[in-house]
Structures are given as C-alpha cells and as structure tokens.
Design a protein around this ligand. Structure first.
Ligand code: FRU
Length: 678
C-alpha cells in the first residue's frame, strides 16, 4: 500500500490493493468526478465483484473510498449476487422517488450476476447464471448506497430475447433531453446486440429496440455506451455507440469497437460507412472468384502441404462476402499448408479481404502466440512479404485492408497460409474473396488498436463538448496473471473524445484529457531540431529524456526508412518498447516483444498496429504517455491510439530515436517528466 511497489503506476489510477476491472458509474456530480469500478475486495483475481469507488477533482488525482456497492451474500456468508458493470445518473427531479427531499439522489444502474437460485425478499424468483438490471441510490454523494427493494428492475429481456437472460448486462443510462426520459443501452452479449429501453422513473423500463449484430461479432458484446457528439469544425450532431468485445478483438482478446450514426429516441442506426459491406463494393474487381466455386487449380493457384492438389469448399459466412473455408476441423487438425496465387500486376490502390474464423475451445497455452495462428494472407513483391495479415484464435471476422497505392504497377503474388496447429477443439478458418478497389473496405471501427483498452465508457453530466472516456488498461486474455501485487488492474488516462472527418468518414478521435499538463514535472527536452536518423546513425539515444514516467510529443519527417520512431523504457540486454511508424503500410505500431517480463502469459508479447495517414504536411506526430507499466500512444492528433501494458525492469529508463533500413528525421521533440499522483 506504499504505492512504491515494482510496476505500480505513478499517474494511472490503481486501487491500493486487490483486483479491479471495468470503470462503472462514471459521473460528474457535486464537483467531483466519481469513478466506480468492478472490484474484488478480497483478492487479486476477478471474483466477488462489487463496485469499488474513487473520486477526484481533475480526472488525474483520485481518492480511493470504501466499497460503494458490495456483492450480496446469504446468511451463510456465500455470495449470491455479484454487482456487475453499469452506470450512474443524478436524478435531479427525483423521478425515482429515491431522494431524501433535500438532495438529488445519485442512482446507480448495474448488472446483477446471480450465483444461486433464490426467491428475493420482494418475491421475484431468479436463477443461478441469470443477469439483469438493478438500481441503488445514494443521497450522500455516492459514499453509501441502498439497493432498491424492487430489484431487479429488469429481470429478463423481452421476447424474442428472453432466452438471453444469462448474458444481459452492463446497462448505461443517460438523460435523453429531447424525449424527457431516461434511456438505457445494455448488452445482449452472446447474440451481439445492444438493447435499448426508456423510463420515466428509473424503475419501470420500456423496451425500445436493438442494434446489431454488426462488424466484429466473434466473442461477447459487453459494456455499451451511447452518446451524442458534434464533429470537429461543426456539422450536425451525431450519435456514437461504443461496445466492448471479448474475445474477438484485433489480437483475439478484449477490445472496443464503435459505430457512428443517429439516435432518434427509439433506435440507433449506424451510418452506412460505419458498418461493413456484406457485398463487394461496386467497381471492385475480385481476384479469386471463390463465389464461382472454381477450384484453386482452375484459378491458377498452386499448393503445398495440405493444399497440394486440394480445393477447399467455397462457403458464405453470414455477413460476409463469399470466400473459402480453407480449413475446417472437428477434433484436432494438422492440415497446415500454403496456397500461392498466379502473378498479377497491382493496378488498384487497395487490396481488401475478410479473414477470420475460430477454434473452440482455445488452448490457453498458445492463445495469441505464433503457434495459435489460424490463417495468414501475405502479399509478396520481389520475393519479399510487403503486407501480412493473420487472423488468430477468435480473431474478428472482419475486413482487412492493405494500402498498396505505393506499389502500383508492381508484379505481385498472394499467399494464403493455413498455420493452424489445431491441437484441440473444432473450428473453421476462412479467407474471403480478395478484392481490388479504389476505396478501402471497413475493418471494424476499433477505438484503440492496442491490447489493453477495454470496457471503455464515458462520464455522464459533463458538457457535450467534454465527452470523456475511461478504459480499463488490461485484457481478459492475461489480465488475471499480470505480475503486479498487491493490486491488479489499472485505468487508462481519461480521454477526450471527438469526431473528425477523415477521408470523408466520421471517425472517433481521442486525446489525453486536457488537464494532463497538471502532472507535468520537469521539462526534459523541447525540440532538438532536425536530428537525422540514417544508416550511419540508425539509433540515437536522447540523453536528456529518460525515466519511467514521461509525456513525449515527437514530430518525424519520413525519409526512405521502413520504420522509424522511439524506443522507450530501454535498458540492458536490448530491453525496450518500440513505438513507431511504417510509411509503406501507413501504420502506427507498438512492439512489446522485448519490453520486459512477459513470462506470465505466452500470449502477452506482440506487435500492435493502427492505420494512420501522415499529417497533411507529411509529418508523423506521435504522443506517448509512459508510466511504470504502460504506454499509451496517440498518432496524428488522436486519429490513432495504441495502448499496451509493459513490465520492464526498473532500470530501463532510456529513450532513443530510431530509423530502420533508411532515413528519417526527428524534426522536433518535447518531453516532460510526469509527477506521481500518490
Ligand atoms: C467486462 C465484463 C462485463 C461484466 C464485468 C464483470 O469486462 O465482463 O461484461 O459486467 O466485466 O466484472
């Protein structure tokens, strides 16, 4: 509890002791930012969930308070109802009647997770495994709470979703001013829908509509949020629906996707350019006409391994274009092999395809590792792999888009590799038609392209222009075995959200909250002025910038280098976290392969990428928040974000600039040491 333990973040929120996951009940009330969260009061794994509580005045410094809403126990002391994720509102008109006549009550709306069949004191009967919605109220600013006697206020979702009562959770409630009523969005996790309700009093809820399934749908949908946001630079107000998915995010674990659209008080409708196409776009040429059911041999493909002479069955996966299930197995599989296309000339700026599939159950020993690969699609030019995409585990069945505009006129090959070692379980591996087009197909809209930004929700009762999100900086893949003690789990720095028109499409943009400079300590560096990185100096140590807690803003000018960027937390034996940019593939990346301790989970190491175009002046600007056990990376003024935990040695404090295979210029760099919030 000294807050000085190895890996204890200095400026990210952690509870003093024990397990924490999702942020809950985020609200600005009585001059405080209130943050509740999923909390195990007696251990460092995800059990016994209650609502923990912290509050503060600047979104940076937090005071931890006693558990707000404890899990319910029976007379024998056994837990019978866990308090799962949800939200909080200030009931200004006392519509709920739960106020004390003096102060507007805070009302928490949370998910139950019943652990035992039971008849509640109010006569409602619930069964083990049932979820549902309950409320609690507080008239002392969120310190003490009383559960409403009529709980649960929604026991079971309406027909035809009543059979989903076991996966119905994470209600987010907000005041919908145009309709003068409360609106709730909650997850029907297993059928990849969100469900909307309305209420006058927070007790009686009226079913409105559902949205989904759409975009990433392998895994469970969790922790939705729905809010209005105005595009930067003006334009009509839009609505954003965010929803967590686990597993099935980009790296097979937890992640947050979003949709931009309209909400009319009843239904959310995503804009067409915010959801996948399910048919090829007009004008797209299809490289392999899988839909015709032709064999690979007829298409001129050659195969090795399991594919020598084989022609897997064409199949349509709902919500996708037609493709081939290149591997299908029931009880273990060793059908590894490679297919190679005939040579072709690149004559369109984008190559798009769908990739995905999954195997169940997953082998935890290999989840997320190289040996867990399902299918890889490579683009080869001059015998070199210039683009490579792998769908692994329960990887989202979604569009992958390669920008090949820089390769126009080049002779290329496409290779499809089935690397599934399928030690156990059953599954499908699918690669869709490969499209050549002028406009890229949409991948799911990922809020953050790193592995550690989940269950993200926003504050209630802030002005619309200050929409602020908090994410849990962890991943269910390995979250319960990260090497921290006596606590586990940390929150990302609150982020300001906005919408920006990028390539004709509205995209969510995020930046660290504006109050962050309050944590700036010493100014370590302000603009080194055009530092050349080239064959002679591929790596330069930035002597004045070092430490375990940093806020760095770097401005690079690409040269011919394949990649360039910064190493942070660098130290002995090549330990470092690489943060960089690849101009050829227009991707921002974080590589934590050599970042420090990864021994606790074979799925932890990895390299994570986010699409990012250079700024209009050709520069690439990268902001990095470094803390004891994390990096949060923002590219292009918040257009791309990658958040990753790292567990480096305490002595790894160096920062270098690097360029690989060619040159780049570090045009300017600012860096501050960050203060400890404890
Ligand atoms: C998301 C989640 C929620 C659930 C909570 C339980 O991380 O699985 O769906 O309410 O965690 O702690």
């Amino acid at each position: 509890e000294s807050y000085k333990e190895p890996y204890r973040p200095a400026f990210h929120y952690t509870p003093a002791v024990n397990w924490m996951n999702d942020p809950n009940g985020l609200i600005f009330a009585d001059g405080f930012f209130q943050m509740f969260y999923q909390y195990n009061p007696v251990g460092t794994v995800a059990e016994n969930q209650a609502w923990g509580h912290a509050r503060g005045r600047d979104l940076l410094h937090w005071t931890e308070l006693p558990v707000a809403i404890p899990a319910v126990r029976n007379a024998a002391g056994q837990y019978t109802d866990l308090i799962f994720s949800g939200s909080a509102v200030q009931d200004r008109q006392n519509s709920s009647g739960l106020g004390d006549g003096r102060r507007a009550p805070l009302v928490a709306v949370y998910a139950n997770n019943y652990l035992a069949d039971q008849t509640l004191p109010n006569g409602q009967h619930v069964v083990a495994g049932q979820q549902g919605v309950s409320i609690a109220s507080s008239t002392d600013g969120g310190i003490s709470w009383s559960n409403y006697a009529g709980n649960p206020v929604i026991a079971v979702p309406p027909a035809p979703y009543a059979d989903q009562a076991g996966a119905f959770r994470d209600p987010k409630v907000f005041w919908y001013a145009p309709g003068h009523e409360w609106v709730m969005v909650a997850a029907l996790s297993n059928i990849h829908r969100v469900i909307l309700y309305a209420s006058d009093n927070l007790k009686d809820w009226r079913f409105l509509s559902t949205f989904g399934p759409a975009n990433a749908v392998f895994g469970a949908w969790e922790c939705p949020d729905l809010f209005p946001l105005r595009p930067q630079g003006g334009g009509a107000e839009k609505w954003v629906l965010m929803v967590g998915i686990n597993p099935g995010a980009e790296y097979a674990g937890s992640g947050t996707q979003y949709f931009v659209g309209e909400f009319d008080g009843k239904s959310f409708t995503a804009d067409p350019d915010s959801v996948h196409a399910t048919t090829p776009p007009a004008g797209a040429e299809i490289f392999q006409d899988f839909s015709s059911g032709q064999s690979y041999a007829a298409l001129g493909w050659t195969g090795t391994g399991a594919f020598a002479g084989a022609s897997p069955a064409a199949e349509t996966i709902p919500g996708s274009v037609t493709g081939h299930v290149i591997d299908s197995f029931l009880t273990g599989d060793s059908a590894v092999g490679t297919l190679l296309s005939p040579a072709f000339t690149i004559d369109k700026p984008f190559i798009d395809f769908q990739i995905g599939g999954g195997s169940w159950p997953r082998d935890p020993a290999t989840a997320g590792t190289a040996s867990d690969k399902e299918a890889t699609v490579n683009l080869l030019v001059d015998g070199r792999v210039v683009h490579s995409t792998t769908g692994n585990g329960l990887g989202a069945m979604s569009w992958r888009s390669w920008d090949v505009s820089g390769l126009r006129g080049r002779k290329a090959w496409i290779e499809v590799i089935d690397a599934n070692d399928g030690a156990q379980g059953f599954g499908h591996i699918f690669v869709g038609d490969i499209l050549f087009s002028d406009t890229p197909q949409l991948e799911a809209n990922w809020l953050d392209h790193g592995p550690d930004f989940y269950a993200t929700v926003t504050f209630n009762d802030l002005p619309e222009s200050a929409r602020t999100a908090v994410g849990w900086m962890n991943n269910w893949n390995y979250g319960q075995v990260i090497p921290t003690s006596p606590w586990r789990g940390q929150m990302a720095i609150p982020r300001s959200l906005s919408l920006r028109n990028t390539d004709g499409r509205l995209a969510l943009v995020q930046n660290p909250v504006e109050t962050l400079p309050l944590l700036h300590g010493a100014l370590l560096e302000r603009s080194v002025g055009n530092m050349a990185l080239d064959a002679e100096h591929p790596t330069r140590t930035l002597d004045r910038i070092s430490g375990r807690q940093l806020d760095i803003s770097a401005d690079f000018v690409p040269g011919g280098a394949d990649t360039f960027g910064l190493h942070v937390r660098s130290g002995a034996n090549g330990e470092r976290t690489e943060i960089g940019y690849s101009p050829r593939t227009r991707t921002l990346f974080v590589d934590r392969t050599r970042s420090g301790d990864a021994s606790f989970s074979s799925g932890f190491k990895g390299r994570f990428e986010a699409p990012l175009a250079p700024d209009r002046d050709g520069h690439v600007r990268i902001r990095v928040l470094v803390d004891t056990s994390s990096v949060e990376v923002f590219g292009g003024d918040g257009a791309a974000a990658i958040t990753a935990q790292i567990f480096p040695s305490a002595g790894s404090v160096g920062v270098d600039a690097f360029a690989e295979n060619g040159s780049a210029v570090l045009h300017a760099i600012d860096a501050w040491a960050m203060r400890d919030i404890h």
